[in-house]
Design a protein around this ligand. Structure first.
Ligand code: URA
Length: 286
């Protein structure tokens, strides 16, 4: 914030902190000057034109910090068909994933995998959390800023909501295992592209095969559609049991799609449906 803005518009520190947290949740991870800066040097650059300050942000009410807004997402990159380079990435992922005899080896193989450019922009590989011997395995979409910073899935605002919902049916990270269909944070929290997901899918499938849970919970559309091989929307998929096959010719296990907690933060009225969906896990005496 510029000196002028500071003197014109004194934010109280509490409000400033709330705004800062909101900006971070929306994906702002860089401080930018209020006036454009030339990177070309004084001789090439025209003199800076004074820029009017934007109007001050509307006052933030206390509810905003209590009810955090789900992370803002930038638009997904346009879809395109798998080219030869993409196919090579999928093949090399398949080979590396198949060769991993256990979870530690799978994590190492992912850390070495360079078939997805997300691994170059992310801070950390986000592999998994929870108990790998648990009967329930949750699979979400992709890490956000908090997950990227800590290297653990679902530790941000939506993860905390998911934990509370799981606690409501008697489960926590000692009794479930959790991962994503995308192991690195997409920049700006955009949705992972189909190509990025395709290149990581062999690792996700091997991950599920190695954990071999009794039940899979597919958190959100990307996990549900990707792992069930359907384009049906999450509103139609959620709360229904599907069969997911472990490995190429292994047994099938029940898979339950649910709404993503980031969606539930925007649509709290749907939380009740998700709680009902999660109660279905009780059918397995979990
Ligand atoms: N959303 C996800 O789908 N996964 C995470 O790890 C965090 C947020």
């Amino acid at each position: 914030m510029s000196q002028d803005a500071r003197t014109d518009q004194q934010l109280d520190p509490q409000q400033a902190l709330v705004m800062l947290k909101l900006y971070i949740e929306w994906g702002a991870d860089e401080a930018i000057e209020p006036t454009p800066q030339s990177r070309l040097g004084a001789t090439l650059a025209p003199p800076p034109v004074p820029v009017r300050q934007p109007p001050p942000p509307a006052p933030v009410t206390p509810q905003l910090s209590e009810q955090p807004v789900a992370p803002f997402r930038t638009a997904p990159a346009p879809a395109r068909a798998l080219g030869p380079m993409d196919q090579a990435a999928v093949l090399s992922a398949r080979e590396a994933a198949r060769a991993a005899p256990d979870l530690a080896a799978l994590k190492e193989a992912l850390a070495r995998f360079d078939g997805v450019s997300l691994s170059r922009t992310a801070t950390n590989l986000v592999f998994a959390d929870g108990n790998p011997a648990a009967k329930v395995m949750l699979v979400g979409e992709a890490p956000g800023a908090d997950e990227d910073r800590l290297g653990l899935p679902f530790v941000g605002v939506s993860g905390q909501l998911l934990d509370r919902m799981m606690a409501a049916v008697g489960l926590d990270r000692t009794t479930f295992y959790i991962t994503n269909v995308c192991f690195w944070r997409p920049p700006g929290n955009r949705k992972p592209t189909d190509l990025e997901l395709a290149a990581q899918k062999p690792f996700v499938e091997r991950h599920i095969e190695l954990v071999a849970p009794r039940v899979l919970v597919l958190v959100g559309a990307a996990a549900a559609q990707g792992l069930l091989g359907t384009t049906e929307g999450i509103t139609r998929l959620r709360g229904r049991w599907f069969q997911y096959r472990l490995g190429e010719d292994g047994p099938t296990i029940p898979a339950l799609p649910i709404f993503h907690p980031a969606y539930l933060l925007r649509q709290p009225a749907q939380k009740r449906e998700t709680w009902r969906d999660l109660l279905k896990l009780k059918e397995f005496g979990l």
